[in-house]
Design a protein around this ligand. Structure first.
Ligand code: BGC
Length: 552
């Protein structure tokens, strides 16, 4: 078990952290079976160290049938044999700690998988039993209970209810699931569920895990009191905008759970840290990010904000205001494993409906790959200069684009499998990383890759980009290294630019950041240029460029 580390005891390490998200199945494969694994992560620690990051966040690596990429967990306190062993985990953690990189693990408390021992027990038990009360079983409507209890829909399927017979149950009940039928939702009105998750959090914290990312943190508590209510219009699973009044999400009772978790986190030195994935109204974010609950909450604005000055500024101002209110810090993210890669979003005309584009052959609205990569880098330097933590998704440091042409029969994502006519799903950002220009699976492993890698991947490989001082990788490395010299004082001063497409802010230690979004080239102010996301043109900052400089 890993205990001795070279890490500081600074309890505020997370406030300005640069966190790199690893999607373990697609990062590095050590045994040639086509699936990334924990030993693969350990083997790439020198690369992670070269990025000057403070922490890695590992998406789930627990035993799972991978119906939803590991977010269907069979056993919360173990490692999937396809990805390694607990001993591999301990070794990886110890080696990461040795080089000063902390570790977030993903906790999935809203649902387990249908293969979790509790669910198997529930399906085999009587209605009303203790085993069933850990999940959300209900009788159906209709003369013989043949209709689902309500009209609720799930993220991945037409109905949020599945009849138990689909899972081998012999009674006539239905169970609820926000996601796939293989992801039954827990009943958080049952104390046993609380105790089980406290045990899981303690298990990982005792092993030395520094922090937790809490999956769908806004959904644990639901109002399933009788009579159940139909929602008729069930847009976005009524997630946003309900401000505590929803039936299925963002309910006030949630915070008692997170207060109890906080007590556990604070028993460690430094206290364990958590970040909520909660897709809620901005006004509600402080409740999740409070020092009494989880401490930090993802801000998803930048995932969908067009690369435009006014909206970027507004997003930053809102986030800073919220962070000050709750004594937390901002969480900047341009990409993650659920999103079309941001280089691709930014290389498309913003008016294009990306969902339909992803399902098309792309020719009606061609992707401008170069400008997408360039704008993506400018956006990255913009967020990295701000106070707060930045969460980066594996491959964005290579300027990787979405893989849009995975054949339907090779797609694994339930978002596609269950909605294939309207949604291409998320596999396009989950294709195994290219490490080398050529060779089997572009250096991902010695065998193949569990999702097909396109021919162009080699040009975005670590091997190719390491040889190019202007590559996205080179810019990320330099920016992340420079960022260590940025002040930790969490203030931003905006400067007038006289141009609606240019933003300029500075930090209290005289560090300035200018982004030219779409304007004609602008003059570079006097000062010491620290980095430019794109080379200056005749000494000027062109559109799609961010520069950092210090006033002399
Ligand atoms: C994760 C997704 C996952 C879902 C269900 C999300 O928020 O990020 O990848 O499909 O939770 O667990």
């Amino acid at each position: 078990m890993s205990t001795s580390t070279g890490l500081s005891k600074d309890k505020n390490w997370w406030r300005q952290a640069a966190v790199y998200q690893i999607y373990p199945r697609s990062f590095a494969d050590s045994n040639g079976d086509g699936i990334g694994d924990l030993k693969g992560v350990t083997s790439r620690i020198p690369y992670l160290k070269s990025l000057s990051i403070d922490a890695v966040w590992l998406s789930p690596f627990y035993p799972s049938a991978l119906v939803d990429g590991g977010y269907d967990v069979d056993d919360y306190r173990n490692v999937d044999p396809k990805l390694g062993t607990l001993a591999d985990f301990d070794e990886m953690l110890a080696e990461l700690h040795k080089v000063g990189i902390r570790v977030y693990v993903d906790i999935v408390p809203n649902h387990s998988s249908n293969l979790h021992v509790w669910f198997k027990e529930a399906i085999a038990s009587e209605p009303g039993s203790k085993a069933r009360s850990r999940y959300l079983f209900r009788d159906g409507r209709g003369a013989n209970g043949e209709l689902p209890p309500t009209d609720w829909v799930s993220h991945f399927a037409p109905s949020a209810w599945t009849h138990e017979s689909a899972m081998g149950g012999k009674h006539n009940q239905w169970y609820m699931h926000w996601f796939a039928p293989e992801q039954p939702d827990f009943n958080w009105d049952n104390r046993e569920v609380h105790d089980e998750f406290l045990k899981t959090l303690k298990f990982w914290a005792d092993r030395g895990v520094d922090a937790f990312r809490i999956d769908v943190a806004h959904a644990l508590k639901k109002d399933l009191s009788e009579p159940l209510r139909n929602l008729n219009v069930f847009e976005g699973l009524e997630e946003r905008g309900n401000k505590g009044k929803g039936i299925l999400a963002d309910r006030d009772e949630l915070f008692a759970i997170y207060k109890e978790w906080r007590k556990l986190f604070n028993q460690y030195d430094p206290p364990r840290v958590a970040v909520a994935e909660a897709n809620v109204h901005t006004e509600r974010v402080p409740l999740y990010a409070s020092t009494k609950t989880l401490g930090q909450c993802f801000d998803f604005k930048f995932l969908d904000t067009p690369f435009e000055a006014a909206v970027y500024k507004e997003a930053v101002q809102d986030a800073l205001k919220a962070a000050t209110k709750n004594k937390s810090t901002c969480t900047w993210a341009l990409s993650n494993h659920d999103q079309i890669r941001h280089a691709t979003k930014m290389g498309l005309n913003p008016a294009v409906d990306r969902r339909s584009w992803m399902l098309s052959d792309g020719t009606s609205h061609p992707l401008d790959k170069a400008s997408g990569t360039q704008n993506g880098l400018a956006a990255t330097l913009f967020v990295l200069a701000l106070p707060g933590a930045t969460y980066m998704y594996q491959g964005e440091e290579l300027g990787l684009h979405e893989v849009t042409d995975i054949p339907g029969d090779q797609i694994q994502d339930p978002q596609y499998l269950r909605n294939h006519k309207i949604d291409k799903g998320r596999d396009g950002c989950r294709v195994p990383l290219p490490w080398t220009k050529s060779g089997p699976s572009f250096g991902f492993g010695t065998g193949g890759a569990h999702l097909p890698q396109p021919n162009w991947f080699g040009d975005y490989s670590v091997e190719v980009e390491e040889k190019d001082s202007q590559s996205p990788l080179a810019i990320y490395r330099k920016a992340l290294e420079l960022r260590k010299g940025l002040t930790t004082e969490e203030k931003v001063k905006w400067h007038k630019t006289g141009n609606s497409s240019v933003l300029h802010f500075s930090r209290p230690n005289g560090w300035h950041c200018i982004t030219n979004f779409r304007a004609a080239p602008i003059a570079m102010p006097k000062g010491k240029l620290l980095i430019s996301s794109h080379p200056l043109q005749d000494g000027k900052i062109a559109a799609g460029t961010t520069v950092w400089f210090k006033k002399k």
